[in-house]
Ligand binder design. Structure first.
Ligand SMILES: [Zn+2]
Length: 120
């Protein structure tokens, strides 16, 4: 079961969200309209919080498709009911995916070295 309330469980997050919300209110010239949805999302604590490629956290709403709780937004695996269900299964795919990214980064680094050698 994925915990849908990461805000309560992570002491660093409330400050982070407060800054995020205040920034949005400022952007809207002090209007709460847009920030209101963010505040609701904050109170419910159902942020996606996937780590994006740029290192920032994803602040979209986490979805709950069907009767299966999901702690991620639509872009980060929140939709759909397929995929691993058990803790062991989830660990297996997360490890595999981490390996894939690691391999990709290594390859990219190797290409950079080859390119450097060719140019120098
Ligand atoms: Zn997301």
């Amino acid at each position: 079961m994925i915990d849908l309330h990461p805000v309560i469980n992570n002491q660093d997050l409330p400050q982070f969200f407060k800054q995020h919300i205040l920034k949005r209110i400022e952007e809207q010239n002090g209007q709460y309209g847009l920030a209101w949805r963010l505040i609701q999302r904050y109170r419910k604590g159902c942020y996606c919080l996937a780590k994006k490629a740029d290192g920032k956290l994803c602040l979209n709403s986490a979805k709950i498709p069907g009767d299966r709780p999901s702690g991620r937004c639509g872009w980060h695996g929140g939709t759909g009911i397929s995929g691993p269900k058990t803790v062991a299964g989830r660990k297996r795919i997360s490890d595999a995916q981490r390996m894939r990214w690691e391999r990709y980064r290594l390859e990219k680094r190797n290409y950079a070295i080859v390119a450097d050698n060719l140019l120098s």
